[in-house]
Design a binder for this molecule. Sequence first.
Ligand SMILES: Nc1ncnc2c1ncn2[C@@H]1O[C@H](COP(=O)(O)OP(=O)(O)OP(=O)(O)O)[C@@H](O)[C@H]1O
Ligand SMILES: [Mg+2]
Length: 516
Amino acid sequence: MPDRVLITTDDPEQAVRINAALEQARFDTAMVSSLDDVRQAVRGRQPPPDAIILTGGLHESTAQRLLAAAHEHAVSTLGLVEATDDDPARIGTELGLTAWLVKPTDPLEVTATVRRLIERRRLQQRTGILGESAAIQEVLVKIEQMAPVTSTVLIEGESGTGKELVARGIHDLSPRRGKAFIAVNCAALPETLLESELFGHEKGAFTGAAERRLGRFELANGGTILLDEIGEMPASTQVKLLRVLEDRSFFRVGGTQPIQVDVRVTAATNKSVKEAVALGRFRDDLYYRLNVLSVYLPPLRERRSDIPLLVRTFVAEFAKTHARTFRGITPEAMQILVAADWPGNVRQLKNLIESMVVLAPEGEIRASDIPRDIRERTRTMPVRIAEVQGVPREITGQELEFIFRTLVEMKVQLEELRHRIEERAPERVEVIEVGGSREQGAGSRRLEPATVDPLDSTPEPDGPVVYKAGMTMSDVERAAIDAALRETRGNRRKAAEVLGIGERTLYRKLKEYAIS
Ligand SMILES: Nc1ncnc2c1ncn2[C@@H]1O[C@H](COP(=O)(O)OP(=O)(O)OP(=O)(O)O)[C@@H](O)[C@H]1O
Ligand SMILES: [Mg+2]
């Protein structure tokens, strides 16, 4: 199917020429005079266009509304800036255009730019890296450029900004894509374990090394390795890594034969390695080797314009995962999310959206569903200290991820429990005959929980009697078992069936309550 491009007609002459050039290049085009119509096309139920060209009127409020909608729906925009505007780059960034050209434009250049934008969009779909901000677009350009070569890449950015996503993207677009991508967290393991993890060990290399074990570098042969939290790598491992980078060879721990590998090295860090070098904690020669190519991911609070798109995408994704019918998010709630600080960046936003999709009672995220610390923009992060062999260290991104996941799962389970309890709530416990009714026939078995004074209680009418104040869960259970046994005339199999429990559970409970 040809790619669909909408062209606004604010500058009719440009629009007509561009339209002709795009048609010639086999794009499916349409010229639209009203920007609001374009906005409807972006937000409507039909798949949105692949790109929009704004030929003029960039400073009008309708254009700005359109650009906001395009951002949120991940539609690329190309704006044609007037030659009289003195700083097109600033205008482009401020308005949030994906790309811009200065008028009068060459229709062929416009066509080439549109093609590039659409290709970049495909790249985003492949890598899962969302964002229309200039920062993310720059990162995507770099990924495209870095993928085909084998040079080492250093990826820097705060925790949760997408460093691993970028490393994977580079691998997936590279000729190595069919081979392994292996991530190793250099901060999570103590020195000796890290070396054996990276380079493997020979049988008997140390106590407990019962078998030869291949290291991550060998397992990644032909593919890509990501050395995460590289700044935390111990000095002795740094030396060995330097050797790998210099001649792609290393020794397994306890080994005497050098092992040769073909691995592309990417490294990530959420702290400044440069600073670590200045402090003498990181080898400068290694730093230069690692930093041949570099990518910097700015924190989410510095690219807030990406938040609506991220939110919308995550909401749709998690509504599907958790099979929830979900309308979306109210504008007020979205505003709060856009203004929040996000010290845990995209990961924090993503985890929060997941928990809200699961827990929001109204099938949409409202301002009141957003936790207070986010609403009040307080920068609280979970406790970030763990210990390795008694030495405190920061909790890594992956561990944070695990903690967030566990919390979300707990919330999901709690929510399920709540639903179940609510579903059951209307049913009254109607199988119990409690104390009371002393007038009942002598044959009737009575239950007199210790906490209920039978004399105090008003006599119950004949038949099922409900829970009474003072009874514990065991009392209730015991009474239910008793009633069921009575109803089934002591047939335990049937009683278990009536109670909806297994026969063995019933036996256990009979024993527990000493019911004969
Ligand atoms: N631009 C983005 N678009 C979509 N998802 C993103 C983006 N950036 C990050 N994510 C998601 O956020 C989560 C965290 O990303 P990732 O693990 O790559 O971060 P990181 O920088 O490696 O974090 P850490 O330093 O804590 O290891 C992942 O679920 C990832 O898919
Ligand atoms: Mg990471």
